[in-house]
Design a protein around this ligand. Sequence first.
Ligand SMILES: O=C(O)COP(=O)(O)O
Length: 217
Amino acid sequence: MKNKAIIFDLDGTLIDSLKDIAISANLVLEEFNLPLHDISEYKNFVGGGASVLVNNCVPKNSNEDLKQKVLNRFKEVYDQEHHLNTQPYDGIYEVLEQLTKQNIKIGILSNKPHYFTCKYVEEFFSDYNFLEIHGQKENVPKKPNPMVALEIANSFNIKPENIFFVGDSDVDIKTAINSKMIPVGVKWGFRGPRELIENGAKYIVDTPKDILKLFEK
Ligand SMILES: O=C(O)COP(=O)(O)O
């Protein structure tokens, strides 16, 4: 057991953050007099980080200046008060408890801006021993680039092929493949299993507790 580890994605994997992201983005779109989107549409907008989110939700012909302004404002609005609906998925705490008991090293790699990633981890997961916590940082390549995932493997002192990379989007599965980790897709996240399988997920887990079964394989 001790020679295995898990890197988790955050949004759509550990926490259900969709509604707050959508509410914040729609508030900003409204401020800029731009068309709004249904919450469910945001499922396909999230995953590539805040700038990709903005790219996806502003009209196609928007110029860079507008995108930058929307992005800056989104970060402000999201930071203020729109966290009321965000919660860890049912069963996540139990899994983290078990992983901690079994001394399995755990980390988080998200494309959510690093500041927000740390904020959420502090709010929900401060009782768990996440050894590595990385959101998207300026001038650091984001997922699916394997760089940070490999740095985490290095710090864990565990070979990438013994690390499960658990996520809910194509970006996560591609990150796992690019870093030669074991790609695990979750069924409860923002995208469906089909996207995860098409992108090369080796395992699909139906519920958080199925993550524990991966170690029996
Ligand atoms: O917020 C995003 O766009 C992505 O975040 P994630 O990498 O934790 O899914």
